[in-house]
Design a protein around this ligand. Structure first.
Ligand code: 4AD
Ligand code: MG
Length: 432
């Protein structure tokens, strides 16, 4: 194994000689001193190369090395209260592992978003994307931690699927050895089967929607976390939504403070995110919207204007429940007290981030589902396995899907959900 000391650990190594392997982040020379900031993924440290302390060739290499070249820097760790991280390196050996073939394409000047997306593979090394990716990893860890700690078993859903679950308009069709198959829009139907085996389950994986939308909330490939609870109801899943999301936000506040600060996130707003979240029915929401520019007629779906107007009334996410059946997916359970509304619920994030979760109760009624599948013109044969779940020990079931990129985008305060993915896929982007 190649020996290396991680920058994160240097404060514990004051006085010793270490080898840092990483990339040139910033560089300036002042006479006989060359100041090089090296980053290695665990942190950034300033390395001071002094003429005479290293060979002339090494000093010249340090003086000339281009930004983002890879290097191995050997030096003594010195405590320096002014340095970020509290330490600095006095360099005793400087080696260029691989010099850039030309100036790094992302220099100091401001670049437009189109260029940054085209150069995403290189832009990832910058402060903002690395902060976002660390927070994303923490959000995933925390959500899994919450579910794992509350009796859920992780089950992976397939990505090639025989049928639609969230409408047929946005399916990605693939040629599966001459037969049509579709990239999964949701793992939910499979989680319903798994919940009948394991009780409480969740899947977490990529999902696909051929969305022709160019909004800041839409990706064509996104990751979804989908818990499903056998014998669960709407009230129980709303509890899981607010608790798991609050736990994730608390973990990010606890463990990713430098990243949140690097992104300029307003921490006070995140600190408000604690259960219980306000609960508002679709009907109540419509009353609130009456007479405002976001007013809609009963039966119309929420768009960004409606979500934003409702969420603006609260200091934390809001749960909107009982949307009209006709705008919801075929599997939703109608409210027995009001069959024109579904026992479903969306979680709407504050500050215009919109719906980050959708979910609710599933119908366990075989005849009802057969009717829905016929009514929506779905190919019944592809759903026989799903209908079997209602033929053999049907039970009430409830769950939800949390869109990871939208959630991370909100927690980080980003402009667009694509910023929350390392390599986002959108209507007009599959490169790099
Ligand atoms: O509301 P949706 O469509 O719900 C489902 O797919 C359910 N089957 C989930 C379940 O109950 N297990 O999608 C759930 C979430 C949305 O709230 C949103 O956060 C995210 O997935 N999402 C998208 N994120 C980015 N780009 C898109 N095109 C998205 N479509 C949905
Ligand atoms: Mg939805």
């Amino acid at each position: 194994m190649l020996h290396r000391d991680f920058i994160r650990d240097l404060p514990q190594k004051v006085g010793s000689t270490v080898v840092v392997r990483g990339w040139i982040f910033r560089r300036r020379t002042a006479g006989k001193l060359c100041f090089i900031e090296v980053r290695d993924g665990s942190g950034v440290v300033q390395a001071v190369v002094k003429k005479g302390a290293v060979g002339d060739a090494e000093f010249e290499a340090a003086d000339k090395v281009q930004l983002e070249s890879s290097v191995a820097v050997t030096g003594t760790v010195r405590a320096d209260p002014r340095a970020p991280g509290g330490v600095e390196l006095s360099v005793t050996a400087f080696e260029v592992v691989s010099a850039c073939i030309a100036d790094f394409p992302l220099g100091k000047k401001e670049h437009g978003i189109g260029f940054l997306m085209e150069e995403r593979h290189l832009y990832l090394r910058s402060r903002k994307p690395t902060a976002v990716l660390r927070i994303r990893a923490e959000v995933v860890r925390a959500l899994r931690e919450w579910l794992d700690g509350h009796g859920f078993t992780a089950v992976d859903a397939p990505i090639f699927t025989p049928a639609a679950a969230e409408g047929t308009a946005n399916l990605f069709k693939v040629d599966y050895f001459g037969e049509p198959a579709f990239l999964s829009q949701t793992g939910q139907l499979y989680m319903e089967a798994a919940a009948q085996a394991l009780g409480k389950v969740y899947c977490f994986g990529p999902t696909f929607r051929a969305e022709k939308s160019k909004t800041r909330r839409h990706l064509t490939e996104f990751w979804m976390l989908e818990p499903e609870i056998a014998f669960g109801d709407l009230d129980e899943v709303m509890g899981v939504m607010e608790q798991s999301v609050s736990h994730a936000v608390a973990r990010v506040l606890e463990r990713c403070r430098p990243e949140l600060e690097a992104l300029g996130r307003d921490l006070g707003k995140l600190e408000n995110v604690k259960p219980p979240f306000p609960r508002v029915s679709y009907d109540e929401a419509l009353k609130v919207l009456e007479g405002t520019p976001a007013a809609i007629a009963w039966g119309e779906d929420f768009g960004a204007p409606q979500e934003d107007a409702i969420s603006a009334r609260y200091d934390r996410p809001v749960l909107v429940h009982r949307f009209p059946m006709k705008i919801k997916a075929f599997y939703m359970r109608p409210d027995p007290a009001r069959p024109d509304v579904a026992l479903g619920c969306d979680l709407i994030a504050p500050d215009g981030y919109g719906e980050i979760i959708g979910g609710g109760e599933r119908s366990s009624d075989l005849a009802y589902l057969e009717g829905k599948i016929a009514h929506e013109g779905l190919p019944k044969a592809a759903y026989e396995w799903y209908l079997d779940l209602r033929r053999y020990g049907a039970c009430p079931s409830a769950g939800f899907g949390l869109g990871l990129e939208r959630t991370v985008s909100w927690i980080c305060g980003l402009d667009h959900a694509r910023e929350a993915a390392a390599f986002p896929r959108t209507l007009n982007r599959v490169y790099p």
